[in-house]
Design a protein around this ligand. Structure first.
Ligand SMILES: Cc1cc2nc3c(=O)[nH]c(=O)nc-3n(C[C@H](O)[C@H](O)[C@H](O)COP(=O)(O)OP(=O)(O)OC[C@H]3O[C@@H](n4cnc5c(N)ncnc54)[C@H](O)[C@@H]3O)c2cc1C
Length: 379
């Protein structure tokens, strides 16, 4: 593939760079999750004001109708500028595109615009205590009543639920059919007493995700997305967007982190140490391979119209490299990296979840083995 940007892509990048130069997000708040969330929300609002919040959305829904390459440029520039990931990232990357694909005109009219402006935040209610990788075995029940559905069950690891107005909820609406066929995708209003949100504390000390206790929540018929019993297909749309959307942002953030590790090595006069140089060289190589693989995934989308299995490879490589990088930083910095609240202790601990979130490494390896290498299916 040709990695040279066209004149219009360069013009898009320059306009965006100029915008980021003019819009300083300010200092990242330390140790206060609500302040951190507000910082991300406010910056998303600034992006939305100038039409940058969702460049990949069609113009009719408030986006810029950006091409895939422009979209990749957006995430690269976002990562490069040091600006935060928008607060409503799940709305922008997952809920919005899923509603555009499956939604009724009324659903699009009602729900898309407040995603852009972060007026209504979204969370993803897929995983359950006994259904993560094997999502189709989920047990949350949806029972039909007059005019809507009564929902009972438990979700877990629901990122950002404490700030969310809406939840992309997959529930079992039919227990009589094969497990993939009995699912329905709902748009659940979180603002009701029957939905309890309990934050889970992570190893970093923060609570990005939550348990959701759903005890007879009400979802009207008009909030079924994509038809009753069609939940598996609709959920796949969400999952494909999840793996495709973030790749470029993550690889740029990894590059920035690597540059900081190099600065740490320079400040300790360790760059000439052969072991340090060897590890930095290897990490540099991996960061470059990751960048090129992300672009390769892009050309697959351009060719086939949807993300291919390469997206799984990018996610696997990113989590592996990010974990090695944060471990190496800790080795380099020494005991200072173990001080609670320090930058490197945060990176070291947060990276643990990378090989679980958005699909575990083992599951991604299965996908690569079966769908990229054509090996026999795992039993
Ligand atoms: C930071 C973070 C944020 C998250 N945010 C959300 C969110 O917003 N919404 C949401 O719905 N979920 C979210 N998740 C949940 C995440 O999607 C699940 O944790 C993930 O899908 C794995 O499911 P599980 O935890 O139930 O583990 P399991 O599926 O029970 O897996 C346990 C172990 O078995 C392995 N395994 C499972 N199946 C296979 C197989 N077929 N072959 C080989 N090995 C296998 C896994 O790799 C893993 O090591 C988040 C997770 C994290 C860490």
């Amino acid at each position: 593939m040709d990695l040279t940007f066209s004149d219009s892509e360069l013009a898009f990048r320059d306009e965006l760079r100029a915008w980021f130069d003019d819009h300083d997000p300010g200092r990242e708040p330390d140790h206060d999750e609500d302040a951190h969330y507000a910082w991300r929300r406010d910056f998303q609002r600034e992006l939305a004001r100038d039409g940058w919040a969702a460049v990949h959305w069609p113009v009719e829904y408030g986006g810029r109708g950006a091409t895939l390459t422009q979209s990749a440029i957006f995430f690269e520039e976002l990562g490069r500028s040091g600006a935060p990931l928008p607060a409503n990232v799940l709305g922008l990357l997952l809920a919005g595109p899923t509603i555009m694909t499956w939604g009724t005109p009324d659903q699009k009219e009602r729900l898309l615009s407040p995603i852009l402006t972060a007026e209504e935040i979204w969370c993803q209610g897929f995983s359950e205590p006994e259904a993560g990788s094997d999502l189709a075995s989920l047990k949350t029940r949806a029972v039909k009543e007059d005019g809507g559905w009564r929902i009972t069950g438990q979700k877990v690891w629901t990122s950002g639920a404490q700030y969310s107005k809406w939840c992309m909820l997959v529930a079992r609406s039919d227990t009589e059919v094969a497990k993939h066929k009995g699912l329905t995708y709902f748009l659940m209003d979180m603002e009701q007493d029957a939905v309890g949100v309990r934050p889970l504390r992570q190893i970093t000390g923060e609570s990005e995700f939550n348990e959701l206790f759903i005890d007879g929540a009400w979802i009207p018929d008009e909030n079924v997305l994509g038809g009753v019993g069609n939940g598996w297909k609709v959920a796949l749309t969400t999952l494909m967007n999840e793996r495709a959307g973030l790749g470029f942002f993550l690889q740029v953030r990894l590059r920035q982190l690597l540059d900081r590790v190099i600065e740490e090595a320079v400040s300790r006069d360790l760059l000439a140490d052969p072991v340090v140089a060897d590890r930095l060289g290897e990490l540099h190589l991996k960061a470059e391979v990751l960048r090129l693989t992300a672009y390769r995934g892009l050309s697959a989308i351009e060719k086939y119209g949807q993300p291919g299995p390469e997206v799984s490879l990018t996610k696997w490589m990113w989590s592996d490299t990010n974990q090695q990088l944060s471990q190496f930083a800790a080795d380099l910095v020494g005991p200072g990296a173990l001080v609670a609240g320090s930058r490197w202790s945060y990176e070291l601990l947060r990276a643990r979840g990378n090989s679980i979130e958005g699909g575990t490494t083992e599951v991604l390896k299965n996908i690569v083995a079966e769908r990229v290498l054509g090996l026999p299916k795992a039993r």
